[in-house]
Design a protein around this ligand. Structure first.
Ligand code: FAD
Length: 447
């Protein structure tokens, strides 16, 4: 391949929900995008850690506050809203949706099995990325997006980051989720497990078996309760109910140990719940292939989003995304989670400045690694917000290229909001039409 084919407008590292949303947003604005993923397939945590629940993306009155690409990923959650039903998805269907959407963009190139392992910097700018795997080469672009969840690209660029909670640096607990099928729902007090009331009832029915196992010292799981969600067809359950402490994604040995511990806890819990009559013939269909790690590096940016911002439903003049999910800290010490919901109107803004890392002029943060505290991160890390963050960063990157800018700080947020709104995303604040000659590549699309 000649050198030309390795130069793009925008390069995005990481193909989880943040990177995919960014890639789609930018490609739909006619950008030549390269999306690089170190795993063999796209999907990241939302597919390979099987997280299941479509976490809250509505304000207190039920109005969606993330209605852009997230809506394309989970259309049923928008069109068939019923607060009695648990909104969940099947990870294989999500993966197929990702693949279909990515394949439909002619200006988007996807390289899987490729890991960014080195970043060359000059005068506060990224000049090239080095990748290895199915291709070992260098790639260049005008602007780069870090959608690696753990801020790996930013860390390789030598940028400042924070890790874990204030004081001791400990991270939220990790979880090995697992799928159970072959349940005899007729033996449950409430058989239609697609309903919230049935799921709560089921969790109560299963709890004594788990607590007996704990009392007998047969598990290292520190959780006090059982958390599980139905698959959309109501025939299987996804258990998000193990708790592995001291897993730090920047230290691979803790991830390997954590995965072993997670598998052990999943098997122990499955043995406990099998004692319930509805589960006598149930099967442990699988344990998620990737340990679910909730927290990694938070890159230091132009604004650090705080718990107070979330809990005061804060508005920002440079809003580019919104989040309606509670603060949800799975304790780094084990035991119960801290859950605090977002007060009226039930959501807060995510400012563009939190997507801009300090110390670099051509990089944006495009996944859960944006600039925020340990507490704030526990809220905006959910897929709805990360998708909105990705869509905003992909749109901002396209503007940066289109307008020939040299610094991501120069992108006008009223222009980002204009484009996001045009695409159906939920936006608040001033929007401004982008000046351009009628002959411009975007003119037809935008006017
Ligand atoms: C156990 C658990 C349960 C959860 N439950 C829910 C839930 O019910 N609902 C919800 O909405 N959210 C839930 N979440 C949170 C949510 O799933 C994640 O925070 C979100 O999916 C993260 O998306 P992302 O795009 O930031 O990162 P990821 O999906 O993790 O994607 C990052 C990608 O970057 C790739 N990558 C990393 N480094 C490199 C590199 N150097 N080069 C190339 N590629 C690289 C990775 O392989 C990965 O594919 C849960 C999380 C966990 C762990």
């Amino acid at each position: 391949m000649n050198k030309e084919s390795f130069d793009f407008d925008i390069i995005i590292a990481g193909a989880g929900v943040g990177g995919i949303s960014a890639a789609l947003a930018a490609a739909r604005l006619q950008m030549r995008v390269l999306l690089i993923e170190q795993a063999g397939e796209v999907g990241g945590t939302g597919v390979f850690s099987s997280v299941s629940l479509i976490c809250n993306f509505r304000d207190s009155r039920g109005k969606p506050i993330t209605s852009g690409i997230h809506r394309e990923l989970f259309p049923a959650a928008y069109t068939h809203y019923n607060e009695k039903l648990v909104p969940t998805y099947d990870e294989q269907e999500l993966k197929a949706a990702y693949e279909g959407l990515l394949a439909s963009e002619p200006t988007l190139t996807l390289w899987t099995d490729c890991k960014v392992f080195q970043v060359d910097m000059k005068n506060g700018r990224i000049v090239r990325l080095h990748i290895q795997g199915s291709r070992t080469t260098a790639v260049t672009a005008k602007i780069y997006l870090d959608a690696t969840a753990d801020g790996n690209l930013s860390a390789l660029a030598g940028l400042e980051y924070k890790l874990g909670r204030e004081g001791d640096g400990k991270l939220q607990s990790a979880t090995a989720t697992f799928k159970v099928s072959g349940i005899d729902c007729s033996r449950l007090k409430e058989p239609d497990i697609r309903q919230w009331s049935a799921i709560h009832s089921l969790r109560r029915e299963l709890l004594p078996y788990y607590l007996d196992m704990k009392a007998a010292g047969l598990t290292g799981n520190t959780r006090q309760s059982i958390t599980c969600f139905p698959y959309p067809d109501g025939k299987a359950l996804l258990f998000n109910s193990t708790s592995v402490l001291d897993v730090d994604p920047t230290r691979p040995e803790t991830v390997i140990r954590g995965k072993e511990e997670g598998i052990r806890q999943a098997q122990e819990l499955f043995e406990a719940i099998k004692q319930h009559p509805a589960f006598h013939h149930a099967q442990l269909e699988y344990i998620a292939p990737k340990l679910g790690i909730r927290e990694g590096r938070r890159i230091v940016g132009e604004y650090e989003l705080t718990a107070e911002d979330c809990l005061q439903s804060r508005r920002f003049d440079d809003m580019v995304a919104a989040c309606a999910y509670s603060l949800d800290i799975h304790s780094p010490d084990g035991g119960a989670s801290r859950l605090e919901s977002i007060p009226e109107p039930g959501y807060y803004h995510i400012p563009y400045r939190s997507l801009i890392p300090k110390g670099c002029t051509n990089l944006l943060l495009s996944s859960r690694c944006i600039s925020g505290t340990h507490e704030a991160h526990s809220s905006y890390r959910i897929m709805a917000s990360v998708s909105a963050i990705g869509e905003a960063s992909g749109t901002a990157a396209a503007l940066y290229v289109f307008q020939g800018l040299q610094n991501v700080r120069k992108v006008q947020t009223s222009h980002i909001r204009f484009l996001l709104q045009l695409r159906g995303q939920f936006i608040e604040g001033e929007v401004e039409r982008i000046p351009m000659p009628a002959s411009s590549a975007w003119a037809e699309e935008i006017n």
